[in-house]
Design a binder for this molecule. Structure first.
Ligand code: TMP
Length: 211
């Protein structure tokens, strides 16, 4: 058996990432895969605290600072948790990763995708996911789902629909640049179907029992 695999889940807010992450982790565990589910920004103490700061609607967080905070949270998570887990042969299912920063900060905040890629390279080195599942929904659907979820929106969720359209377009560009790694999934469909499509998109990575 090879080392662990890094699988990331991406998409705009309200795309259903957390639901898929939970069901996919369960499905993989059922297939005998040792798997750990983590969520960005978070997963370890420092990154959780940075996540609270960066999403706080009462704080002014300028775009460069925002990109650096997400990168700092990621640097800690990768070195403290993700790399050791992968080294032990554990699969890491990560709800958001570098592509989120490229789409939200690079495109959404207009910092430039390549600039944001560069600070992430500094933060975590060249750790690239084995596969990325891009949950594709219309920005209006994402907004409606967030509304239905209730609760106070965080600082990023307060952004306009236009912001999310820019991010969705950036994700599409990333996917066309790396079709082998990034697999778009129609996430307007029922959750069970999204799970089936996600499993199909990583099937080739799953060891058969006995491997
Ligand atoms: P979530 O907990 O709903 O996934 O929220 C994380 C928020 O942070 C979401 O609005 C997207 C945003 N985000 C970025 O803008 N850049 C990043 O690198 C990450 C990980 C998240």
């Amino acid at each position: 058996m090879t080392g662990g695999r890094l699988i990331t889940i991406e998409g705009i807010d309200g795309a259903g990432k957390s639901t898929l992450a939970a069901t996919l982790a369960e499905a993989l565990a059922g297939r005998g895969v040792r798997v750990e589910l983590l969520h960005e920004p978070g997963g370890v103490g420092l990154s959780e605290r940075i996540g609270e700061l960066v999403k706080d609607p009462s704080l002014k967080v300028e775009a460069h600072a925002e990109a650096l905070l997400y990168a700092a949270a990621r640097a800690e998570l990768v070195r403290e948790r993700v790399t050791p887990l992968l080294g032990e042969g554990v699969w890491v299912l990560l709800d958001r990763f570098v592509d989120s920063s490229l789409a939200y900060q690079g495109a959404g905040r207009e910092l430039g995708v390549e600039q944001v890629r560069a600070i992430n390279l500094f933060a975590i080195g060249d750790l690239t996911p084995d596969r990325t599942l891009l949950l594709r929904i219309a920005p209006s659907t994402g907004r409606a789902r967030q509304g239905a979820r209730g609760g106070e929106p965080d600082r990023l969720e307060l952004e306009s629909e236009r912001f999310f359209e820019t991010i969705a377009a950036a994700y599409e560009q990333l996917a066309s640049a790396e079709p082998g790694r990034i697999r778009p999934i129609d996430a307007e469909q029922p959750a069970e179907r999204v799970l089936e499509l996600a499993l199909a998109a990583i099937e080739d990575l799953i060891p058969r029992s006995g491997d």
